[in-house]
Ligand binder design. Structure first.
Ligand SMILES: Cc1ncc(COP(=O)(O)O)c(C=O)c1O
Length: 460
């Protein structure tokens, strides 16, 4: 009998966790089991996933924002089929493939003024690494500044500009010359830039870890200071791009004109790994200008035609379905409804975000018995309360969501941009229910804490 992937999936579906335990990452299997996330998903469509028993889950993770257009979007899927049937001459390498040119043209059309040179890579980290390398080449300077809480990927280069201890620990020493500055501290930033040895300052316009939004004047002023001292300004839009925050790029909220933009994730509608760095032509020229340098930076699968075609289809869908506008309006509605819950639930300390990138931050309760429960959970591990809420949303409401980062009591929502009023209602009523339960010490939420606390304590 010939090979059939459908048959293979059917025959082996039940082995998925065993296979991962044996060959991939047993710790991840254990984590999923502990938090009640070890599901056998068998189908995904739009904003939903289905498990082997036919249960439906609302997906507010969107594969960390690769499914802004929803899972298995029919238009992008059709383009993928079409591409396979065309049997195109992909990855000739000594070539200038048409689809890469077309996607570059579409991206440049959507960029702030001055960004008209594109480099295609495979992942967000790959794109950020590229921007860091190019900034050094274009300025001849060694240093890079980044923000506290920053997340730009986990390769050695991008880890060197990571603003959190958890990810760095165990992997040091990292790249020399990378220094952290505090968000909203313009004086501190200028103090570093004045040394005139900084190639680049890299920011996420809205930070993914914790959904931190800078003060309104911070990014425009930071950009002005970068220009003043000859430092290139990188907006990493890997997560915030592709309409996530209610604009095509989050930097548009402040009218920024960065020297580099990086995008990835939803650029291929979730089908094929892809990323892009869009930069000023003179930066690109500084790297690739001399003919003997025309291939000095490259990656084998960059410009691959499946990714380029998926990218063209994803941008088409974003426009045709007006998903950027939808992200702004539905996101505004969701933010407002969630913020209104603060009046009813004192443990909701802050609700913030733009478009459909929303963070909910919790704070300790006042009543004594509840506070004791909070303190016990937080003593075992900081940020564990948010994890309990995540677990309760999954167990009681089949809503898939994540904590906003390690060690913080923040939950992050990244739903597909296609959600509507029905999903907004589901999310708000589920949160309302879970927070009501969290106000009862003997309620369903705290009862989830036992195993988590035991596990956290065993690691201390
Ligand atoms: C802002 C930002 N930059 C870079 C990355 C790294 O992307 P990747 O995981 O595709 O390497 C991420 C991933 O979440 C991100 O959010």
């Amino acid at each position: 009998m010939g090979f059939s992937i459908t048959r293979l999936i059917e025959e082996r579906q039940a082995d998925q966790f065993d296979l991962h335990r044996r060959y991939i990452n047993p710790s991840m299997v254990r984590v999923l089991e502990i938090i009640g996330f070890a599901k056998q998903y068998v189908r995904g469509e739009g904003a939903y996933l289905w498990d082997a028993e036919g249960n439906r889950y609302l997906d507010l993770l969107s594969g960390y924002s690769v499914f802004n257009m929803g899972r298995n979007h029919p238009k992008i899927r059709q383009v993928m089929h079409e591409m396979l049937d065309l049997a195109r001459p992909n990855l000739v390498k000594m070539d200038c493939p048409l689809l890469a040119g077309l996607l570059a043209e579409e991206l440049v059309r959507r960029m702030p003024p001055g960004l008209d040179a594109v480099f295609f890579a495979n992942s967000g980290a790959d794109a950020v690494d590229t921007a860091l390398k190019f900034a050094r080449a274009a300025t001849g300077r060694p240093r890079v500044l980044y923000l506290d809480h920053a997340f730009h990927g986990l390769t050695l280069g991008t880890l060197s500009v990571n603003g959190g201890e958890v990810f760095r620990k165990g992997f040091e020493p990292l790249l020399p010359g990378c220094d952290m500055v505090e968000m909203n501290d313009l004086e501190g930033l200028e103090r570093e830039l004045r040394k005139k040895d900084v190639a680049a300052f890299i920011v996420e316009p809205i930070q993914g870890k914790g959904v931190y939004i800078p003060d309104d004047d911070y990014l425009p002023e930071a950009q002005r200071l970068c220009r003043k001292y000859g430092t290139l300004f990188i907006c990493d839009e890997v997560q915030t791009g592709m309409g996530r925050t209610g604009k095509f790029l989050a930097c548009e909220h402040w009218g920024l004109e960065p020297d580099f933009v990086t995008i990835a994730k939803s650029l291929s509608g979730g089908y094929v790994p892809v990323s892009a760095v869009i930069m000023r032509r003179e930066i690109h020229k500084a790297v690739f200008g001399p003919l003997d340098r025309a291939q000095v930076h490259s990656t084998t699968f960059g410009q691959n035609e499946m990714a380029m075609a998926a990218g063209l289809a994803a941008l088409h869908v974003l426009d045709e379905e007006r998903l950027v506008e939808r992200s702004a309006t539905v996101g505004g509605m969701l933010l407002e409804r969630l913020a209104a819950l603060k009046e009813r639930h004192e443990m909701i300390g802050d609700v913030r975000g733009k478009g459909l990138m929303i963070g909910i931050e919790f704070r300790p309760p006042r009543p004594m018995r509840l506070r004791a429960a909070w303190t016990a959970v937080e003593a075992a591990q900081k940020g564990l309360f948010a994890q309990l809420v995540v677990m309760a949303l999954m167990r009681d409401h089949r809503i898939l969501v994540q904590v906003g980062g390690p060690g913080v009591n923040i939950i992050k929502l990244l739903p597909p941009l296609i959600i509507g009023e029905e999903e907004v209602e589901m999310i708000v009523s589920a949160f309302d229910d879970v927070m009501t339960e969290a106000e009862r010490v003997r309620g369903r939420v705290w009862s989830l804490g036992g195993q988590l606390v035991k596990h956290a304590m065993s690691r201390q």
